[in-house]
Design a binder for this molecule. Structure first.
Ligand SMILES: N[C@@H](CCC(=O)N[C@@H](CS)C(=O)NCC(=O)O)C(=O)O
Length: 226
């Protein structure tokens, strides 16, 4: 199997965290630069493999390419059921998927805030105070749903699951890359984030310095403080 990825983006990072937690080492990692420049990729490379040219993409090695990080996480979980990172019972698995969906939605809304509000993205996406404000407001409200549904000690219960990987990839990206801390009214998430940051597999990635210096301080840049 081959995983096309880049190390620090919020969607690709879900996979990096998952593989490290799970201890899967037999997948070839193919690092792709960011921002992606599909026009520079060799013909027949990722552009043809995945028309949306978004990452991650998994080449299963048996003729199938899977885009969408959650589909990849679930596929790998079925291929490698042990240690179990989905849940033991029907109810546990439903809870994991519920939490995963909440943090996936939160990631989309965070993207809206960052894309239209950050000076980092001003050339690639039209700046819009209105879009940034809707993104920030919806991002915060999704985190509050995550806080209310948080089970503990991990987001979906007593074991670490793929929902933790999805949530961690977002919270860490917001905090370390854009300087957006966990909102003060989400103390369970804040405590969980602190605990998980200490895990070997969850060590923060290195962000490209030039991009980090433009990105960091999204609340100040948009004058939106959660
Ligand atoms: N829903 C997709 C989203 C993937 C996505 O948007 N990935 C970003 C990187 S974090 C990307 O590849 N963007 C393409 C670009 O900006 O050129 C997933 O879960 O895999």
């Amino acid at each position: 199997m081959k995983l096309y990825n880049f190390p620090w983006g919020p969607y690709p990072r879900r996979l990096t965290l998952y593989l490290a937690e799970k201890g899967i080492t037999d997948i070839e990692l193919i690092e792709v630069e960011f921002p992606h420049r599909p026009e520079r990729w060799p013909e027949g490379f990722l552009l043809n493999l995945n028309p949306a040219h978004s990452l991650p993409v998994l080449d299963t090695g048996n003729g199938m390419l899977i885009g969408q990080s959650i589909a990849i996480l679930e596929y790998l979980e079925e291929r490698h059921p042990s240690p179990n990172m989905l849940g033991g019972t029907l109810e546990e698995r439903a809870r994991t998927r519920e939490l995963m969906a909440i943090f996936d939605e939160a990631t989309s809304f965070f993207g809206l805030w960052a894309r239209h509000g950050s000076r980092l993205n001003a050339e690639r996406h039209t700046p819009s105070a209105e879009a940034a404000s809707i993104g920030a407001e919806r991002f915060a409200s999704k985190l509050r749903v995550g806080e209310a549904k948080f089970v503990g000690p991990f987001v979906a219960g007593s074991r670490i699951t793929i929902a933790d990987c999805v949530a961690m990839a977002l919270i860490e990206f917001a905090d370390r890359f854009y300087g957006v801390p966990v909102p003060a009214d989400c103390p369970k998430l804040a405590g969980w984030y602190q605990r998980l940051s200490d895990r070997e597999a969850m060590r923060s990635p290195r962000y490209p310095e030039e991009m980090l210096s433009l990105a960091y301080g999204l609340p100040e840049q948009t004058r939106i403080f959660l």
